[in-house]
Design a protein around this ligand. Sequence first.
Ligand code: ATP
Ligand code: MG
Length: 441
Amino acid sequence: MGKRILISETPQYVGEVVKLSGWVSLRRDHGKLIFFEFCDRSEKVQLVILPDKPEVISIAKDIRSEYVIDVIGLVKERPRKNESGHIVADNLEIEVMELSIISRPVGELPIDVSQSELHLNLETLLNNRTFVLRNKKIRAIFSLYSLLLETYAKACRTRGFLEIKTPKILSAATEGGANFFKIKYFDREAYLAQSPQFYKQAAMSAFERVFEIGTVFRAEPHFTTRHVNEYTGLDAEMGFINSVDDVMMELEGIIMEIVREIDARGKNELEFYGASIPKEIAIPKIRLSEAVEILKKEYNKETDGEDIDSEGEKMIGEYVLKTYGSDFVFLTHYPAAIRPFYSMPSKDNPEYTETFDLLFRGIEIASGGQRIHEYEMLIDSIRRKGLDPEQFKDYLDIFKYGAPPHGGWGLGSERIIQKLLGLGSIKEAVLFPRDVKRLTP
Ligand code: ATP
Ligand code: MG
């Protein structure tokens, strides 16, 4: 028998004999007939085994859910008529002529993944991760995720950004933070990168516009629904900007391109979750200090100085939705005290910075801003944070030999999918998540 075709291709082969490979998701016996619900990566279809095929029946009698099988069969229209007149695989069945078992499950199946709703708690879902990924609704998350990565890269490229990969093993814990994982590197210590910040700026100084889809490690002992200890960052850095507004404009353009693409190609996936696509509205910009006022006035919420916690972000998300109809909002002008040393201070008031966070449905999905590109100014800024410029020699070298005004962002990929589908935890949007307690599977 010839080449395997996909179940989704069977409508083109009505009346013909084809070869299919996949998993049995369900077995049903009706008198002398055996039915299998059968799926591959594309679709599912019904297999029927007729009583006049003793050889096939003798193989089929052992087959249960999750057996991997090869099938040779005749593609037939099901007796039930399809009103729309449009033939889809769902209205077809395969009359089995030959059958072979490729792989059989060992022991009991842990979960019935053929149901569309699994009703599992997060722990069970993650403990049985590999198997649970067979479920259609769970797979939809990762189809959308793949579409997100594809569209982010495409949108960056069409805007003239070059794709780069930066090292994830570092000699020093840059940015001075405590959230680095320390690792053994031959006979010395090294650290896992908690941001591509310095390297993307270095690449920017040669290529002007760069982007990276890369792993980010954060040694934060968080137990929240929006943190994991290893995630995938969608980063970018761009040179020759006039102001931070150029950075926000580019990010907004990319976000809206992602939204449009998901609207065009991800409808089935969204439907599993009853999720709606964000409206394409110009993203409102609110100064952080204004947001603090809004929280006081509208929600009676006191903030810790001029910073907003996750509850505050949620409220601001609600506020912009009801006021502007937007699922997104840029919060701008963060105080220098709570931003990294490389943040460009505002000209009119250096207590503030030309930085922003982007919130989506009430959670931060990106941080970005204009960076300091002048050597001396950067040294001053490092000192003002109580850090030692000597420690930043390689980084400072980027700015020694002429760097343009520039800025960029770090965008969290998993949080986008989490909020898009309304998932309870970010971990559901990570294939094999790592958290404080979990290193397996
Ligand atoms: P948060 O305040 O929510 O902890 P952050 O400000 O520490 O986030 P950034 O350093 O600004 O995070 O990282 C850029 C983006 O990366 C964030 O806006 C978010 O989308 C994503 N991100 C950051 N930390 C995590 C994490 N631990 N797990 C998943 N995504 C993350
Ligand atoms: Mg941030």
